[in-house]
Design a protein around this ligand. Structure first.
Ligand SMILES: NC(=O)c1ccc[n+]([C@@H]2O[C@H](COP(=O)([O-])OP(=O)(O)OC[C@H]3O[C@@H](n4cnc5c(N)ncnc54)[C@H](O)[C@@H]3O)[C@@H](O)[C@H]2O)c1
Length: 262
């Protein structure tokens, strides 16, 4: 297990699901973690369960001013900031032929704008002269959806492909401008969190599969490792990318999908 003792991390969307798992794994590796989420009650509970020195900040990732407050609060609470995991995201299932513009806007705002704003505030805080000032690591959460063509997640997949490209430009800007921040992303495969299970049900409701179980079976059938992803699979990848073991890994997307997105 990588040693993240002394590191200070902010994880968005960490009140449940993959983000909660990432926060727990980072804390388990020795980092101090601030949980950031729209859901205050759940987020506080997760932060409290991590123990002393960890914390919670309310954050809507689609709101620039909110980011400013959350990052400065987290930096003050932790005494610095070295790791940002841009994990918060939403998925609203729809065939393109039935697309609702409001739902599409929401996904673009939370997934794509939210990640871009996270990079902005991480850079401002971690770059030399910033309130934290020691460089660091940003890990964005894209999706296997950025690497395959699965029906009914067109706009969601587009936001995740956008995160993939943002990651690479961010790594380049950080390098060119001497910020000392590595930026990578992961492409998780399907994990049966609230979002993952919801997608399977939506696919059945839309009529693409006979049942949610059939939808899950189709995903597993496309996966060489022959199973769904687990929260811990994504959390371990984040801990690795945050660690010094990954110090020369920069501007990449790491598939954590059992081979589905080949
Ligand atoms: N579960 C999967 O199968 C899967 C696969 C690939 C990628 N992902 C990605 O992983 C990330 C986490 O997914 P999950 O399965 O844990 O989802 P989830 O729905 O279980 O949890 C998402 C969390 O993000 C928070 N959130 C939503 N909008 C927010 C906002 N505007 N500001 C702050 N927080 C917000 C929610 O409150 C929730 O706590 C997402 O980016 C998702 O797209 C998930």
């Amino acid at each position: 297990m990588a040693d993240l003792s002394g590191r200070k991390a902010l994880v968005t969307g960490a009140a449940q699901g993959l983000g909660e798992g990432m926060a727990r794994a980072l804390a388990g590796a020795g980092a101090k973690v601030v949980v950031a989420d729209l859901q205050q009650e759940l987020g506080l509970k997760v932060a409290e369960s991590l123990g002393d020195g960890h914390g919670f900040v309310p954050l809507n990732v689609a709101d620039d001013a909110n980011w400013e407050d959350a990052v400065s609060e987290a930096t003050a609470l932790l005494g610095g900031l070295d790791i940002l995991v841009n994990n918060a995201g939403i998925e609203i299932t729809s065939l393109l032929v039935d697309l609702d513009a409001g739902a599409a806007h929401k996904m673009l705002e939370v997934n794509l704008l939210g990640t871009a704003l996270g990079i902005k505030h991480a850079f401002r805080t971690m770059r030399p002269g910033g309130p934290a000032g020691n460089g660091g690591v940003v890990i964005n959460v894209a999706s296997v959806a950025a690497t395959i063509a699965f029906p009914a997640i067109g706009v969601y997949s587009a936001t995740k492909s956008g995160i993939d490209r943002l990651t690479r430009v961010a790594a380049m800007e950080s390098g060119r401008l001497g910020y000392g921040v590595r930026v990578n992303c992961i492409y998780p495969g399907l994990v049966p969190t609230a979002m993952g299970a919801g997608l399977a049900s939506d696919c059945a409701r839309i009529g693409l599969f006979g049942s949610p179980e059939e939808a899950v079976g189709a995903v597993v059938g496309l996966t060489p490792s022959g199973r769904l992803g687990a929260v811990e699979d994504m959390a371990s990848a984040v801990v690795f990318l945050a660690s010094d073991e990954a110090s020369f890994i920069n501007g990449v997307g790491l598939p954590v999908d059992g081979g589905m997105g080949m």
